[in-house]
Design a protein around this ligand. Structure first.
Ligand SMILES: [Ca+2]
Ligand SMILES: [Ca+2]
Length: 270
């Protein structure tokens, strides 16, 4: 980021730098308003923004608030195998690869699902069809840091422990506080049950980018996701309405908490 961009961010943001998702969203809104009224907000005697800087900033804010849409069933990768030792295509089972590729693109790497899969395969990510070795992603893309069992990092206020990068929320509700803290810094790969009508977890992965609390303070929250199957959508497409029972109301378990069954957190580092 150039000095001009940094100064502009501080100016629009009342003197402070910005780090969180919602701050980027708010900056984006200000930039979009400023296009309509270029003399009001961005240009004055002490500061004039140039067009390239304006465009660059808008691109940064947009890419931060919404990850790229990497659809697993989209050509040219749809019918290719994602693992050189596997038998399944992107379209059939590439949701984790596509979600993580979108996160890598967000972190500044120039990848699409196919080039991403090739790069992590070269570092030994796959055993057969499974992305069994998540640290191989860190070896291929060092800014995506995976924390193993010997290095628990993410504080979970709900369960009062530090989580590793592999978080299980199948037997218990998701820790919303932890998720929101993570989403303040980056997008997060989440596990859901793609067939919520039956009792087992039919594993599917999506990339979450924005949490929306229930305005009334109830259980009707929402979470925006990039779903490699469906595109930009709500995580509640995986919520089974029959789950909403007294147990959820009594324990204040929101719909989002009930829907997420796990997380895979590659921490984005500088
Ligand atoms: Ca199921
Ligand atoms: Ca099933």
């Amino acid at each position: 980021m150039t000095n001009e961009m940094t100064r502009l961010i501080q100016r629009l943001n009342g003197g402070a730098g910005i780090t969180t998702n919602s701050q980027y969203a708010s900056l984006q809104a200000k930039l979009l308003t400023a296009t309509k009224q270029p003399t009001d907000d961005l240009n004055d005697t002490e500061f004039t923004i140039t067009t390239p800087t304006y465009c660059a900033l808008l691109q940064i804010t947009s890419s931060f608030t919404t990850p790229p849409q990497f659809l697993q069933c989209k050509p040219p990768w749809a019918n290719k195998l994602y693992s050189p030792t596997g038998s399944l295509t992107f379209c059939k089972a590439g949701c984790l690869v596509c979600s993580t590729a979108a996160q890598a693109a967000d972190a500044g790497y120039d990848v699409d699902p196919a080039t991403f899969a090739r790069a992590i395969a070269n570092k030994g990510a796959f055993t057969g069809n499974y992305l069994q070795h998540p640290t191989a992603i860190t070896r291929a893309f060092p800014r995506l840091l995976w924390h193993r069992a010997n290095d628990p990092t993410f504080w979970s206020p709900r369960y009062k422990r530090k989580e590793t990068s592999l978080i299980h929320w199948r037997e218990q509700p998701a820790d919303l506080e932890l998720l929101q803290a993570l989403l303040g810094k980056q997008h997060v790969v989440l596990e859901v049950d793609y067939d919520p009508q039956d009792n087992d977890v039919d594993q599917h992965f999506v990339l979450a980018y924005e949490y929306i609390p229930d305005p009334a303070g109830g259980l009707n929250d929402d979470l925006r996701i990039m779903d490699p199957m469906a595109g930009y959508t709500s995580i509640l497409s995986y919520f089974n309405p029959h789950w909403l029972n007294d147990w959820m109301r009594r324990n204040k378990i929101t719909k989002v908490m009930r829907t997420i069954t796990g997380a895979r957190v590659w921490e984005i580092v500088e």
